[in-house]
Design a protein around this ligand. Structure first.
Ligand SMILES: *[C@@H]1O[C@H](CO)[C@@H](O)[C@H](O)[C@H]1NC(C)=O
Ligand SMILES: *[C@@H]1O[C@H](CO)[C@@H](O)[C@H](O)[C@H]1NC(C)=O
Length: 348
């Protein structure tokens, strides 16, 4: 019986490689079969680091789903470099580490089924407004580029019904605007880590669930900064060297937020309890490695769902039921719930 089960499972999920015809010299091509009786297959082609003088587009098998073209010194992308047979059906494409300075407006337009695009470790400073239009992109990595500015228009497209995730880490963005002209983007995940944003970008109209603003030179978070992001579940504002102030009601509107990471912000010294106003779903708050060393005792009145708060080096506070009168109670939450910490004197 167990053997039959194993056989069944392996028939459904087996993934095996076999030799591929027409694999370009220097590339590695692999066919992965899956489904009952291996009735489905997809081809993965790795053409990383082919060396100088490679002519683009590199020929690929017609049924290629995943293509890795990283480290090929491609330089500026023109309209023909990604327009060969087989490119139309690509689902994922890795163009990282290619000295890409520019992407011509139609360079990606043939990639009609592309969901994942890695453009990290290039030297892009801008993107033409239409460069991703019409692509069902679910994930874009623009980390480690030279962006000074970024406009949400590049992600606006017509056919999009898919959740979209954008990774913009390690860029040099100084501004980020979601000028959406009434169009709603289905972006779920936006990573703007390690850019040069000096304020929280306006992200109106995005149905984001994950947002990271780590490592940006933001010094001040203003009231209502996240007001439009009612679907956000995870917000990371970690490692901001200049962050000094978070105004009361800064997080107002984040009604779905479950995790708030405010750790490693050394210049953030105080937080009034009203800062947390509106965070009705917040379960985890991290202030570890920040300048905040104590918690206002009424802060839990604003955080009805909180389960865990991290503070300082290794201070951990958690919400619990009142446990008899010998137990020191810190910060009365509700009648029978208290905030306990592993260190005394944290809750004022
Ligand atoms: C694109 O660039 C390649 C290589 O630099 C070149 O051979 C080709 O002619 C260019 N195509 C266009 C349309 O400019
Ligand atoms: C954003 O990118 C940074 C750097 O690549 C990474 O450490 C972090 O986990 C990412 N955050 C999210 C929410 O994906």
């Amino acid at each position: 019986m167990a053997l039959l089960l194993w056989l069944g499972v392996s028939l459904l999920a087996s993934s095996q490689s076999s030799n591929v015809k027409n694999c370009h010299l220097g590339c590695r091509c692999e066919v992965e079969n899956f489904g009952l009786f291996d009735s489905f297959s997809l081809t993965r082609v790795d053409c990383t680091g082919l060396g100088p003088g490679t002519t683009m587009p590199i020929p690929i098998p017609l049924d290629t789903a995943h293509l890795d073209l990283s480290s090929n010194a491609m330089g500026p992308l023109n309209d023909t470099m990604l327009a060969g047979p087989g490119y139309t059906t690509l689902v994922s494409l890795d163009l990282s580490s290619n000295h890409i300075t520019k992407i011509s407006p139609n360079a990606l337009s043939k990639l009609r089924y592309l969901e994942t695009l890695d453009l990290s470790h290039n030297v892009l400073e801008s993107l033409s407004p239409s460069c991703f239009s019409g692509l069902p992109l679910a994930e874009v990595d623009l980390s480690h580029n030279n962006f000074q500015e970024f406009n949400m228009d590049v992600f606006t497209n017509k056919v999009n019904g898919e959740p979209v995730s954008i990774d913009l880490t390690h860029n040099i963005l100084v501004s980020f605007s979601a000028s959406l002209l009434g169009r709603v983007l289905h972006i779920q995940s936006l990573n703007l880590s390690a850019n040069r944003l000096s304020s929280v970008p306006t992200l109106t109209g995005l149905s984001l669930r994950h947002l990271s603003l780590d490592g940006n030179p933001i010094s001040h978070i203003k009231e209502g900064a996240f007001a439009q992001l009612k679907d956000l579940i995870y917000l990371s504002i970690n490692g901001l060297p200049d962050l000094r102030e978070i105004e009361p009601n800064s997080f107002k509107g984040l009604q779905s937020l479950q995790v708030l990471d405010l750790s490693n912000n050394p210049k953030l010294k105080t937080l009034s309890s009203v800062v947390f106003s509106g965070l009705d779903s917040l379960q985890e708050l991290s202030l570890s490695g920040s300048g905040v060393v104590s918690l206002p005792n009424n802060m839990l009145t604003h955080l009805p769902s909180i389960k865990s708060i991290m503070l300082g080096d290794s201070i951990h506070c958690w919400r619990s039921q009142k446990q008899g009168q010998f137990h020191r109670q810190l910060g009365q939450l509700q009648r029978d719930e208290v905030l306990n910490c592993n260190v005394e004197g944290v809750v004022l």
